[in-house]
Ligand binder design. Sequence first.
Ligand SMILES: Nc1nc2c(ncn2[C@@H]2O[C@H](COP(=O)(O)OP(=O)(O)OP(=O)(O)O)[C@@H](O)[C@H]2O)c(=O)[nH]1
Ligand SMILES: [Mg+2]
Length: 588
Amino acid sequence: MRPAHGFGPFTRVCSSRLSLSLYFNGSLRHAAGIHTTTIEPVEDGAQEDPKAAQKRKSRTEWKRRQGGFLDHVVIHVRGGKGGNGCVAFHREKFMRVGPPSGGNGGRGGDVYIMPTPHLTSLSSVPTRVRGHPGGGGQGTWQNGKTAPPIVIKVPLGTIVRQLAPDDPRCAKDQWEAEAESLEGLTPEERKQKLRERRWVHYPGWQDSNEKRDAWKEAEQLFYREERELRRQRRQREEQPIYLDLDKPEETEEAIDPNAPLGFRRPQPLGHLVASGGTGGLGNPHFLSATTRSPKWATRGWEGERVSLALELKLLADIGLVGMPNAGKSTLLRALTGGRAKTEIAGYAFTTLNPVVAVVRVADDGSFEGSAQSLVHEETWVEEEREQELMDSGALAEAFTRNQRSHEEESAEHKKGESLESFRFTVADNPGLIERASDNVGLGHSFLRSIERSLALVYVVDLSSPAPWDDLRVLRDEIEKYKPGLSPKARLVIANKADLLGGSENDDPRAVEEARQKLKTLEEFVQREMTVSGQEEEGGSTEGRSMDVVPISAKFSLNIRKVVHLMRGYVEDAKRGQVPSTITPVGPV
Ligand SMILES: Nc1nc2c(ncn2[C@@H]2O[C@H](COP(=O)(O)OP(=O)(O)OP(=O)(O)O)[C@@H](O)[C@H]2O)c(=O)[nH]1
Ligand SMILES: [Mg+2]
């Protein structure tokens, strides 16, 4: 029977012998002898739960409104405030009036940033971080405790940039925030507030302290120090923080295997981004020949404030770009033998965040899942099947994935078959649509994840009326996102080839039409998508045409050729050269 379109009525797959009118390897050939599957409409009852569909829709809407992807966040970090100094006098038996004995405040906690391989997204990174405050000083010369540091953990591959003070996303510094809070007060009130924030007085002694020359001198000295601190922090802003956190942090001590038992191994903290404030001074600090009983101390200093933009580079070798529903997620599952857990569904914007998966290739060109002819169904169908299996108890005795791969590996060993010899990563992305650059659909900010890919691959739906129009839109949107990015595209995948042509007994005209459509697509690619030598980075003078491969991601057909080509692109790019061929340019 003729297969139904993927996004039409819900379908069920049953095994049979079928000529899928494959156009694989660029030429139409009837795949007689290929065991594969036909698709039949399912009974009415087996439709997706409308509640679940509604939930998915609202999730897409939320993502759209969110206006950004979680591979980019701005966080505001503040070092801990220093502890206050203490005003105290020593008391002992038979000593009614002892010397000043207030301790200094402890240092506020520093804030560090550290990459860790245990995280894969920035979603768990807090957007506001404030260091712990230092402990306050106490009587009998007890200084306050230094606060412990805070370590912000970010995934490997995060880039940290300090925002410039004139950036609207940058938080105000301590002095700007203070000036804002004092707006609308009279000069006298303002002065009083500033003093309250900086000084600690012995109870009931504030007025008399403020009249003393020694205190006034101390206040002047304090403001001079504050100006100096402000100048230093401004100077530091001239060299903003920039960290490319690609490697996990390790200290020599932490990995020294010969360290004696019980030896405290210092834990790596990462990179300091905001230091804590210094603790305030206790009253003994103000003791002088003329001031024998100072009844004031200073409060702790505020910690440093920085605003950081964190960006997560997804380090995928190949980036998939396509319209919604083109079958990118299905292709990623086919490339990984179903291992990549990406959601597949027949509505636009199923994929909301980029997903990266590893493709493992053996010497003979086989890859995970290439041995079996797997069918990659929509996620809800697979979930239902799994549930049925669970309910029937069939999974109780089943091997886990690890056990299975171990079994398979040892079986391969016995047969002397080749094992994995090359691996590369592929990123599945949300759908890109026309005017994505004007924030239509999910916008195009997710393209950041493929900006550093070695090669791009367009995925189009061959069963759509004019797949070449989709290609043109994809190229233009990529170019709008970042001029010069589109020449990175090397391959056009014409997916859903199984929907064309029909079965063996089908009308040969349909087969001819399908063949013609593929030919038109190939001609379009040759005519309009040829990359001239100058457009490429460090390009040669010759042009390079893109490959066009018809596949069926759902039925894992012709995926071997895709893997072979992708491997070639990655190897080329890693060698730092892109082979060029002269292609005929002009009307075909
Ligand atoms: N018949 C057929 N259907 C396919 C094929 N590949 C994907 N589909 C169907 O097309 C629909 C969309 O597939 P997805 O993989 O979710 O598409 P996508 O490009 O990831 O879509 P977005 O995540 O929304 O951008 C699903 O119903 C798939 O079952 C194929 O090769 N043949
Ligand atoms: Mg998807």
